[in-house]
Design a protein around this ligand. Structure first.
Ligand code: SF4
Ligand code: SF4
Length: 92
């Protein structure tokens, strides 16, 4: 659980692919709104997890509270996805 760590979607570049909604195993996103990414349960986000951001194909996801220097690995830079899952055993 994270009080000051959760994803923020830049809807101006999001293509509504649904990847973030599908891949987060922690119920942060509202699956009833998929493929639109709607953060409904931010406190369920795992502190310092970049799982959805690493998978977003356009780099639309950043994180409130991120002090790691992480930047979206895809999108503008279009480099390889980085690591940084939450080690939950899920697909982050
Ligand atoms: S994949 Fe990780 S960073 Fe993304 S919402 Fe789920 S727990 Fe948070
Ligand atoms: S993975 Fe990125 S582009 Fe796809 S729905 Fe989520 S925020 Fe939008």
């Amino acid at each position: 659980m994270a009080k000051r760590w959760y994803p923020v979607v830049d809807y101006s570049i999001c293509i509504e692919c649904g990847t973030c909604v599908e891949k987060c195993p922690h119920g942060v996103y509202d699956r009833t709104k998929s493929p639109s990414p709607v953060v409904k349960n931010p406190v369920a986000c795992v502190d310092h997890c970049h799982g959805c951001g690493n998978r977003c194909p356009v780099g639309a996801i950043t994180y409130v509270g991120d002090d790691t220097g992480w930047t979206p690995p895809k999108g503008k830079k279009d480099s390889k996805a980085g690591q940084g899952g939450c080690s939950c055993g899920g697909c982050c």
